[in-house]
Design a binder for this molecule. Structure first.
Ligand SMILES: Cc1cc2nc3c(=O)[nH]c(=O)nc-3n(C[C@H](O)[C@H](O)[C@H](O)COP(=O)(O)O)c2cc1C
Length: 375
C-alpha cells in the first residue's frame, strides 16, 4: 500500500491507517489494541478521562498489544461562562430527564481534573503518539511531549489552523474535513466558515505545510484512502468506520442507528455538548435546537455535563433519541465487522483501487491496433 514511508517508519506502522480517538466510549482498549495489532495506529480518546482512568485504559491496551498506540486529549481552553441563564438550558432538558425517570437536571459542574493533570498521566502511558483537538497546546506541554520522544499531532479544520499548529511544533497535522463525525476541531474563526470538505482541504493544507498531513472526514473504504493519498495525505484517520466494529464500545442502539442511517441524515449540532459536532439527527437534537423555543444551550463543556446523565440513561435503556449519535457523512458505508477485518479490507481495497487506476491509464495510453485515431 503506497504511503509516506518516513511517516510509517517513525511510528512503526505497517499501514497508514489511524483509528480516530473516539472519546465517550467508542474506543475500548480492545478496539485500540486490535487496530494496532493489525498494523495501524489505535488511539485512546482520553478527553473526558480522569488521570486514573487514563492510566487504567492505557494499561489495558498494553496488556493486549505490544505495538504502538496513541493518546488524545482536548487542548486546554479558558474557563467558559454561560451566555444564557443556566436555568433556561436546564428547563429545556428537564422533561427528557423525567421521561427517563431521572432526577431533575442540576447546574452542571466542570471536570474535577485539569488538562495538565491529564497530560501528566498521558505522558506516563507509554503511548508513542499524542494528538489533540480544539486548539493549540501550551509550549510547556509540547516540550514535555517532545522530551519523551512522543510524536505529536494537532487537528486543523482550515489551512491557517494547520500553519499555526506547524509553527507550534507539531510533527503532523490531522486535517478534519466537514464530513467528519463528532466534534469540530475548529479553534480559529467561526465554525460555519470552517466547514471545508476533505477533498478541498487536504491538498490546500499539503501545499501550505511541510509536515505530514493526515486526512480525516468521510473516509470509509479503500476508495476514500486512495483519494486521500492522491491528494497528498501521508495517512488517513477514520472514526465512523471503526464505530461499528465489534470491539467498539458504543451502545447497540447507536450502532444500529449508524448502520441504518443515510448520508443525508447527519447534521452539525450544539444540542448535546455546546460545541458543534456532527451526528445523526434525532429527537433531542431537533427539539433542543428548535428555533421557536430560542437559544437554550450552554457553552462546551457545561452543556456536555448537563446532558451526560440523560445520555448515560439513554444508553442503558436503548433510547437512541436521547443519545449523541456522532457519525460522519460516509455512514452508509459502515459495516459490522471486527477491527482486524476492517483494517485488512481497507489495505486490500486501497491497493485494488490504485492498481485499477494504473491499469486504466496504461490501457488508455496504448496505441490503438489499427493505428487510426479514435474519437
Ligand atoms: C464518536 C466520535 C468521537 C470522537 N472523539 C474524538 C476525540 O476525542 N478526539 C478527536 O481528536 N477527535 C474525535 N473525533 C473526530 C475524529 O478524530 C475524526 O475527525 C472523525 O471521526 C473523522 O470523520 P469520520 O467519522 O467520517 O471518519 C470523534 C469522532 C467520533 C465519530
Amino acid at each position: 500500500m503506497p504511503a509516506n514511508a518516513d511517516f510509517l517508519r517513525t511510528l512503526k506502522l505497517q499501514n497508514p491507517i489511524i483509528q480516530a480517538p473516539l472519546a465517550g466510549g467508542g474506543d475500548t482498549p480492545e478496539l485500540v489494541a486490535a487496530v494496532s495489532n493489525a498494523g495501524g495506529l489505535g488511539f485512546i480518546g482520553a478527553g473526558y478521562l480522569s488521570p486514573d482512568q487514563i492510566a487504567q485504559v492505557a494499561n489495558s491496551v498494553k496488556a493486549k498489544t505490544t505495538r504502538p498506540f496513541g493518546i488524545n486529549l482536548f487542548a486546554p481552553s479558558d474557563p467558559v461562562s454561560p451566555t444564557i441563564p443556566p436555568e433556561v438550558a436546564i428547563r429545556r432538558v428537564a422533561a427528557y430527564f423525567s421521561e427517563l425517570g431521572l432526577p431533575a437536571p442540576a447546574f452542571p459542574a466542570g471536570p474535577a481534573f485539569s488538562f495538565s493533570d491529564q497530560l501528566k498521566a498521558a505522558l506516563e502511558t507509554g503511548a508513542s503518539a499524542f494528538s489533540f483537538t480544539f486548539g493549540v497546546l501550551p509550549s510547556e506541554a509540547m516540550q514535555a511531549l517532545k522530551q519523551k520522544g512522543i510524536f505529536v499531532l494537532g487537528t486543523a479544520t482550515t489551512v491557517n489552523e494547520a500553519i499555526e499548529l506547524e509553527k507550534a511544533g507539531v510533527d503532523a497535522v490531522v486535517v478534519q474535513g466537514s464530513e467528519a463525525g463528532g466534534h469540530r476541531g475548529t479553534f480559529q474563526g467561526d465554525f460555519s466558515s470552517s466547514m471545508i470538505g476533505t477533498i478541498s482541504l487536504v491538498p490546500q493544507v499539503v501545499d501550505a505545510v511541510r509536515i505530514p498531513v493526515i486526512a480525516s472526514g468521510g473516509i470509509m473504504d479503500g476508495r476514500g484512502i486512495a483519494a486521500a493519498l492522491a491528494l497528498g495525505a501521508s495517512a488517513v484517520q477514520l472514526g465512523t468506520a471503526f464505530l461499528t466494529c465489534k470491539e467498539s464500545g458504543i451502545p447497540e442502539a447507536y450502532r444500529e442507528a449508524i448502520l441504518n442511517a443515510m448520508e443525508d441524515q447527519t447534521r452539525i449540532t450544539r444540542a448535546f455538548s455546546g460545541r458543534p459536532a456532527r451526528g445523526i439527527v434525532n429527537r433531542f437534537m431537533t427539539e433542543v435546537e428548535s428555533n421557536d423555543a430560542g437559544e437554550a444551550i450552554l457553552p462546551f463543556p457545561l452543556q456536555n455535563a448537563l446532558t451526560r446523565p440523560l445520555r448515560t440513561a439513554a444508553a442503558k435503556n436503548g433510547r437512541a433519541e436521547f443519545l449523541s449519535l456522532w457519525a460522519g457523512q460516509g455512514l452508509r458505508m459502515a459495516r459490522r465487522q471486527s477491527a482486524a477485518e476492517l483494517v485488512a479490507r481497507l489495505v486490500v481495497e486501497t491497493d485494488a483501487v490504485i492498481r485499477q487506476l494504473q491499469e486504466t491509464r496504461s490501457h488508455e495510453s496504448l496505441p490503438s491496433k489499427s493505428g487510426a485515431a479514435s474519437n
